[in-house]
Write a protein of this length. Sequence first.
Length: 178
Amino acid sequence: MKVTHEGSMEEYKRLIKNPPLGPKVPIKSSRTDPYAVDDKCVLAVIRSDSRREGIKEALRVIGGVTPLCDEVEGEIVIKPNCNTDDPFPRNTHPETVRIIAESLIEAGFPPEHIVVGDMSGRYRGLPTRHTMENMGLKKVADDLGIKLSYFEEEEWVTVKHPRNKAWPKGDKDTETHL
């Protein structure tokens, strides 16, 4: 399906008019960053002519994917950039998602617990289902046996974040999230 600005805006307006408010749930505490050093994020910058080798080297430099998998009781979400179905570099290259997912699987994480998820942008990306398919992410998911999540189609919940200063109209104690 071709994703158009008009169709995307229609979907966006539907979501704004009828936001999918969900049940109120407490905010979960964040996991400790397995890669942080002295409370600072670790970053790897790798220059390579090979996407696969560059990503693999970056993962190796930061300590591999095994620390991500430790103590995970549910699913790991890979969140690519899927604003529109424009090709890389405007969005995440599907091979980047493939390499990260393959690395998780090689580390022993079950493919059925790996989810690629996003909600596309309102200008020309909604519905996300079609954007991900057009980008090639559905093929990656099918090839590897991993799941896709289109955030606007999922069940939403309402949480109060302690640092949030902007509140939805009518309820000063909550914020709507996926």
